[in-house]
Each structure stands twice: as C-alpha cells, then as structure tokens.
Design a protein around this ligand. Sequence first.
Ligand SMILES: *Cc1c(COP(=O)(O)O)cnc(C)c1O
Length: 375
Amino acid sequence: MSHDSSLNRSTLAVCAGRPAPAPGGPLNTGVSLSATFHAGTEANYLRQGGSEITRAFEAALGELEGGRALGFSSGMAAIAAVVEHLPTGSTIVGPLAVYSGTSMLFDEQERLGRARVRRVDISDTEAVLEALRLDPAPDLLWIETPTNPTFGVADLPVLIEAAHAVGALVAVDSTWNSPMVLRPLEYGADVVMHSATKYLAGHSDVLMGALVVADDEVFARLKARRDLGGATPGALETFLTLRGMRTLSVRMDRAQANAGELARRLTSHPSVERVLYPGLPDDPAHDRVTRLHDGYGAMVCFLVTGGSAAADRVCERVHLITHATSLGGVESLIERRARYAVDAANGTPENLIRFSVGIEDVDDLWHDLQQALID
Ligand SMILES: *Cc1c(COP(=O)(O)O)cnc(C)c1O
C-alpha cells in the first residue's frame, strides 16, 4: 500500500509496508520461515524475494527513499550487485576515501581485469567533473557521502547531472544518512545503497543491505544480479530490519542531537586537535550539508593529540561507549579507523577516532569521553 506523498517521512517510517487492514488481521507482516511457496505466483521462492516480509520491507524502504527497493543479505552484497552487473571492461569513477569493503572490491575488480576504477576526492567537485570527462566515458559514478571516515561531502545535484551527461549510472552509498537525512533519488541519482546493518536496522543485531532504484529497467537488472548471485536476505533479518525502521525517525533525531552537542563540546577539549562534524559552523562540509541534507548525521570524527597511541588509549578507556567497529545502532561505538590498513592507505589520519553516537543520555556520554581523554 503506497501512501499519500504529503505524509511526513517520520510518519511513513511507522506506517509504510503494513498489511492491508482486515478484520482480525495482523498489524505487522509476520515471518514465515519458508524457502518455497505454493505455486501460482511468479515469485514463489525466497531467493527471488518471494517472502511477504521481503516485500513488506521493500515497500517501506521504497516509500522512504522514493523508489523501488531491493533487500540484500548485506551492504556489501548490495554494493557488489551494482558493481558486478556492469559489463567487463567498464569504467567506474569512485571516491578515494570510501568504505573499506568498497575500496577492496574496486581493487579486486581492477586486479581481475573486470573494470577500471578512477578514484577521486568526491568532495572536490572539479576533480570529479574532470574524472567524468576522461576517455573512456565512465559507466558508473559511485558516490559515498559523507565519505568514511573523513567527511567529504558530495555536491550531489552537480555530480549527478554531469555523470548523466556522459551516460554514467549514479549510485550513492547513503548508509551514514538514512532516508531521514538524505534522499539521493530526489537529486536524480539512479540507485541508493544502504548497509541496513547500520541505521535502518539500528540495533547492531542484523547484517543486511538494500538498494533503492529509480528506473524499472535498472531495477530489473539489479534484481536479476541479486537473485543470480543468491544475495537475498533471510526472513528473520528482514523482519528485524523492518521492525528497526519503525523507530528510525526518533532514533535519528536523538542520535543527531547527541552528536551535535558532543561535537561542540569536543572542539574545546584540550586533548582534541580537531573535530570533523558537518554540524559545526566552521566545518568544511557545513554549507553543503546545510543546503542538501535534512540534518548533520550522528557520526562524529575527532583527532586526538598524541598520535595513534593516545587514540588507542581513548578507545581502551571508555566504559559506557563500546570499542567496536560498525555504526548506526542505539549504542555508541568508537574506534581508531587507521588501525585498518586499507583506511590508513586511503589517507585516514592515524589519530582519528570515529564515533558512532547512539541514543544514550548526552551527559553520560560526555562524562565517559572526558574520563577517557584525560592524559
Ligand atoms: C557497513 C558499511 C557498508 C557495508 O555494509 P555491510 O552490511 O557490513 O556489508 C558499506 N558502506 C558503508 C558506508 C558502511 O558503513
């Protein structure tokens, strides 16, 4: 059931993808643990997305992003479907600083001789336009915005228009934003990608991904790649993600409010060299995010004085905040990103701590950070 488009997104998060009302019928789509379904419909096998819960999740996310959604078994499976549905010999323009898995996938595609990848600073509009104009013309512009973990923010409308002018498909990894903060299809992107593991599911208990697609023909190609690659999500994961999405709006509101306040407090802490958060008025991404996004997100990065050893100490000393990778859950997580070779090679400063701000009390989070930052 698709809703009146005048409904606010926070309302859609609650009501999209529900079963049609029927006397005595359920409010929620249940999980039927069945891999196959009685004959008589086209999609009658779980791998082809034939489960009701898959359809309910896809309907809800599709309404939130403004396109047709496809569930995947992980964020990486969704990224791989976009990259691998291109013909051999394709050219991709993608960010220099990008999620580590995406970076490794690009490298592998090149090593296997399947694709050429031009890596650029995605926040440097001129550099991206230049890479789009080079010969051969690119087949795909892959955008991640903001970039992970250095907060490069793409000027989406300009880049999308330029990519379309040279015939490239545009896909946007919008994991850090969720549809509450950014909806790339509204700026003309062809495909939006989510690691649903993060904000959509929101409780660090699910591995799942999604694509949302504007065009029916592109949708059919990506669905074929998903089904042939066997990357369809399981029914339980899909149920948990849809359940998480019901509170997406309130979780994002709270996490963003916490992030804004903690970023502000961190800027004046003596053990902090620099804070990267687009909500800070002097942040390089501030103006662009204010213009294009509906919020500043709930990820904060900060550089501590004393190099990598000092940053590692902060990660070891937090009690309430958890030292762990990933992001987007109700609980706050922290990690030093340059501990991964691929992030270090992509230019992540060694003393940068990535902080996924959760929905705990802001003063409790601040006290934990303060005691961890004491020399
Ligand atoms: C986590 C993440 C991914 C990969 O998603 P998985 O669900 O872990 O496979 C891709 N992009 C970004 C920005 C991420 O944070």
